[in-house]
Design a protein around this ligand. Sequence first.
Ligand code: MTE
Ligand code: CO
Length: 437
Amino acid sequence: MTDRSKGGARVPASAKPAGDDLVASRRRFLTGGLAAAGGLAAAAGAARAAGDPAITELPDWTVYPGDGVDAAPYGMPSEFESHVVRRDVPWLTADPVSSVNFTPLHELDGIITPNGLCFERHHGGAAQVDPAEYRLMINGLVEKELVFTLEDLKRFPRENRVYFLECAANSGMEWRGAQLNGCQFTHGMIHNVMYTGVPLRLLLEEAGVKPNGKWILPEGADASGMTRSIPMEKAMDDCLVAFKMNGEALRPEQGYPVRLCVPGWEGNMWVKWMRRIEVGDQPWHHREETSKYTDLMDNGKARRFTWEMDAKSVITNPSPQAPITHGKGPTVITGVAWSGRGTIPRVDVTIDGGKNWYKARMSGPSLDKSMHRFYFEFDWDGTPLLLQSRAHDSTGYVQPTKEELRAVRGVNSIYHNNGIQTWYVNENGDAENVEIS
Ligand code: MTE
Ligand code: CO
C-alpha cells in the first residue's frame, strides 16, 4: 500500500509517456487514481471477509484427504480449467483434416504456450509416426546421402531455444474489417515453445553440401508432404531439427517425433513429421504447393518470399472472451508481442484509441524471435475504452495500423496481417473487436 500511496514509485514503469510529452496531465491523473484505488481495494477486501462463507465455512477439501499420488500418472489441469482449450471456427474450413484451431491466448500468461494448447494446422491430418520406424533422409546435392534414425539424431550436440511459430494466415480473416470476436480467433495461430533439437547446419555439414547446393526442400511424412523451399543461408543459420517441446517429446499434432524449426519465419515452413531434406540448386517454387503462400496485392501482382514475420502484438486481457468483471478500479491490461527479426524492447498501450500512448511494462525473458509479455496497470474509471497495443522490435520497426497496411497491400491477401488490433470495452467491461480510423 505504501508504494501505491506514493504513486510516483509505482507509475513510472507502466505509465510513462511513450516517446513524447503529450500525456503529462494524464500521467498525474493515473498517479492519483492508483493511490486512491489501492485504498479502495483494501477496504473492499476487509468488508468481504466479515460475512464471506468462503472464509467462515469449511469446504470439503479442507476436511477430507484428497487423491493420493498417481491419481493421474500424466497430470492434467484442474477440472475448473476445462474451458481452457484450443477452439476452431467451424465455417472456416470444409473438413477438420485440412484445418486449423486456435491457441487460447486470453487464458495464458508469461511467454510459454503449454503443449496441449498449441494451435494445430494440418493440411492432411496429423500423422501418427512410430519412432522406431522414423527415418530422416538427406539427399540431393550433397557429398554423402544420409539416413538418420531418431537415435542417430540424438547423438549430435543439441540446443534449447524458445521460438514463436506464427501461421502466415494469423489474423487473415481481419483484412477487410473486424470480424472474429476474440484474440483466440484473431491472433491464436501462434505458439511459443522451448525446443530441444540439433542445429540443421550440423546435419547438412555431416552430409557435405556441394557448392551449388543453395536451397533445401524439407518434406513431411504426413499425407500432405508439405514440401517447402528454404534458402541454404537460413538452413545454415538458426534452423533446428527439434524432437522436444517444453522438455517433453513433441506432441503428435506438432510433428512427433521430429519437426523443423525455422525461427522467425512463417509457420508453413516449419515442416512437421519431417522425413526428408533434399538439397538443390534452385527453389522448387514451380511446384504449386511450394509457392502458394503469396500475398495478392490490389494491382493483381503478388508479393513472394515474404517469409519473415513482421513485429506484431495483441492485448489478450481484456478482450472479447475475457471481459473486465471486477468493475472500476485497479485494472491489469496484458498482452503478447513478437517479431521474426529479433526481440521486442518496447510495446506501447493506449486506452483511448490512440490519443495517448503509454509504455507498457515488459516482464519475462526477452529472447530472439520469441514471444514477449507486457503489462499495463491503470485505474479504470468505468468509462468505455478503446484498447490498442503497438510493438517496436529490435530493428526499430514499429507495428503499423491496419489502415497503413491496407494502403500498401490492399485487402486481397490472407497472409501477413500484423496491423494494430483494437478492442472496445463498454461500461460493463464487455469487449468487442472493432476498428477505428
Ligand atoms: N508440416 C506438415 N508436414 N504438414 C502440415 O500440414 N502445416 C504447416 C506447418 N508444417 C503443416 C506442416 C503450417 S501452415 C503451419 S502454420 C504449422 O505447421 C503449424 O504448426 P502447428 O500445428 O504445430 O501449430
Ligand atoms: Co500456416
